[in-house]
Design a protein around this ligand. Structure first.
Ligand code: ADP
Ligand code: MG
Length: 616
């Protein structure tokens, strides 16, 4: 009967018009300006260019302009390249198994043109004139001969102008810029023989000349120097190993280049920049004992492998790959990295038992820890960082303020909150357990306070308070510090400047990529300015990505986490007392800003029950 209905009913299923299909597909290929930059750069590289310029305005939202001196296109191809699945790079299914170009899906230009206003000029070297195509929201507005230099120039204006939902979803200019800069950096590292230029409006962000040396390792070193400076190139060790199945070349950062995130790990497989948790873990495990927990090595590594052994068509953005022998690649990379570190005398002891192919259980990539469990290693030996300020009158006033309502933007109320906990009496003896918990006697039972969660709560409220009331206490530095940032972090520092100033930082842009720090919040250890700012930025980015929080709330949470991250420290009873007092002065004392409980109460009845004793 369903069949009959289908025959008589009106046809409701239609094939979408191509412009609509492209607009939908665009969502997968270009989620943000950086993704468009990546596709355009990859096309320029595939076109054999050795000079590529990128200009962006407004972090790529209003303009992305990529110019290359590559092979160019004929007038016919220039019109055709915006059609879906138009590609010159593969023709047969067999080709798909041997991809040596960066592009192959033939959907980037179609997708970009569907959601922006594109003007392309292109010319093959042998042709007299070039050809111009203008296409808005997938509709061709112009296609005509034009004057043009050999190569291709594509201007993408007003990305997502016709997809407001997507446009609204974009992050702040600093964040979008950071993504563009990441994409640019990794493609520039992946192709050290090509000259690159990145401009934002009139400012040159990176000018990367063609290397003087024709040797790959040297050209890579020059490229790293141009991108990261001698801080990095002075602190890397070379890696080089070939087998019949796979080879690897590149550099590993010495432990002192360890970063708080994996954002400075550059891995290329057959020239394609990829992300791989497993391989990143393989390299990190070679540093065993050389890096602290949650510190990640810097590396730039190029793997070459027969394209038939690796599948690049796993995801539309082409940043994931699959090897037919994942474990083999893992073992190879780990062994080679160990050997490289050992040769440079960085690893004291090494078992170089050849390439181990099996992955021992303990070496398996770790399960990602969520933000709620703190995710930090509790390191009892870590140097003491938190300063517990005695109750001066200044602090008193601050804590008075904590009683007044603050605009609290925290989300859910975790379980356990709401039930009042009595504060331990002043004279109560306090115990510290494993530098982690504080135990106190309550009239009604036992109170256990998680030291770090408590510190985070206190610092978080204080940071919010400082920002909302401009009360951040600042200590001026005797010797102002000049700190150099990468372009992306610099943009973030500028964006967050009002919040940082309110917290007690005193900073000024100092030309180029440097910032002068003249003052820091009162409870920051002098001498750790650079570290704290870097930590703060890193935590901010992570909070933004994982918890999707921004602005003041994020700054306050980042500050709280930074200041308490080394909280596995021994506290004197005076310090424990102050901590508990100040915790109870908080507006929401029972939960850390990241949602963990700060304290647990065990009533006497519970203890009695456990000891099978009748309540007295
Ligand atoms: P893909 O790169 O996956 O083939 P794209 O949509 O990115 O798909 O590009 C479609 C086609 O347009 C490419 O296969 C190539 O032939 C041509 N093309 C795109 N950009 C350039 C460029 N900068 N120079 C020369 N040809 C280009
Ligand atoms: Mg492409």
């Amino acid at each position: 009967m369903a069949e009959e209905e289908a025959v008589t009913a009106e046809r409701v299923i239609r094939v979408m018009p191509e412009t609509l299909a492209n607009k939908i597909a665009a969502g997968e290929v270009v989620q943000r300006p950086a993704a468009a930059v990546k596709e355009l750069l990859e096309n320029a590289i595939d076109a054999g260019a050795d000079e590529i310029e990128v200009t962006i305005l407004d972090a790529g939202r209003s303009l992305i302009h990529v110019t290359d001196n590559g092979c160019g296109m004929s007038s016919a191809d220039a019109q055709h390249c915006f059609s879906r699945h138009a590609t010159s790079k593969i023709r047969t299914v067999r080709d798909l198994e041997h991809i040596e170009t960066l592009g192959f899906r033939g959907e980037a230009l179609a997708s970009i043109a569907a959601v922006s206003q594109v003007t392309m000029r292109t010319r093959r070297r042998a042709d007299e004139a070039g050809f111009l195509v203008r296409i808005h929201g997938g509709e061709v507005k112009a296609a005509e001969p034009c004057a043009s230099r050999p190569g291709t120039s594509i201007e993408v204006r007003n990305l997502f102008y016709n997809v407001p939902a997507r446009r609204n979803f974009l992050k702040t200019p600093a964040t979008e810029f950071r993504h563009v800069s990441d994409v640019f950096q990794s493609l520039a590292l992946g192709n050290p023989r090509i000259a690159f230029l990145l401009r934002q409006a009139d400012t040159e962000i990176h000018r990367l000349p063609r290397p003087r040396s024709s040797d790959f390792e040297e050209s890579l070193q020059e490229r790293m120097h141009a991108l990261f400076g001698s801080k990095v190139t002075d602190n890397v060790v070379p890696v080089c190993q070939q087998t019949s199945y796979i080879s690897v070349a590149g550099f590993l950062g010495k432990p002192r280049l360890g970063r708080k995130s994996r954002s400075e790990q550059f891995l290329f497989v057959n020239g394609r920049s990829v992300r791989s948790r497993a391989l990143s873990h393989a390299v990190a495990s070679a540093y065993e004992g050389l890096l602290k927990d949650r510190v990640y090595p810097f590396f730039v590594l190029y793997l070459s492998i027969d394209p038939g052994h690796v599948d690049v068509n796993v995801h539309p953005t082409k940043t994931e790959v699959k090897f037919d022998d994942e474990r083999g690649v893992y073992g190879f990379l780990k062994t080679v990295a160990r050997k490289a570190l050992a040769t440079s005398n960085l690893v004291p002891r090494m078992d170089d038992a050849g390439f181990r192919i099996a992955i021992p259980v303990k070496d398996r990539p770790p399960v990602r820890r969520g933000p709620a469990d703190g995710g930090f290693a509790r390191d009892a030996e870590a140097p003491s960082k938190l300063t517990i300020v005695p109750r001066t009158t200044q602090m008193q006033r601050l804590s008075d303020l904590l009683y007044s309502p603050i605009s609290d933007s925290e989300a859910e109320t975790p379980a356990g909150e709401g039930e009042e906990v009595e504060q331990p009496a002043v004279e109560t003896l306090l115990w510290q357990l494993h530098n982690r918990y504080i135990l106190a006697q309550l009239r009604t039972g036992l109170l256990i306070v998680d030291q770090r969660a408590a510190q985070e709560r206190i610092l978080y409220e204080r940071a919010l308070e400082s920002m909302n009331n401009g009360l951040g206490l600042s200590q001026q530095l005797l010797f102002p510090r000049t700190i150099e940032f990468g372009p992306a972090d610099l943009a973030l520092v500028k964006e967050l400047k009002p919040e940082l100033v309110a917290l007690g930082f005193s900073l000024e842009a100092f030309g180029g990529r440097t910032v002068v720090v003249r003052g820091v919040p009162a409870d920051v250890r002098v001498g750790s300015e650079e570290e704290i700012l870097e930590d703060l930025l890193h935590q901010y980015k992570e909070n933004e990505a994982v918890l999707r929080i921004t602005g003041r709330d994020n700054v306050a949470k980042s500050m709280a986490r930074h200041a308490s991250v080394r909280a596995g420290e021994a506290l004197s009873s005076e310090e424990m007392r102050t901590l508990i007092d100040r915790l109870f002065l908080c507006k929401r004392p029972y939960v850390s800003p990241y949602g963990r409980p700060t304290m647990v109460q065990i009533p006497m009845e519970e203890l009695d029950r456990r000891f099978a004793r009748r309540p007295s």
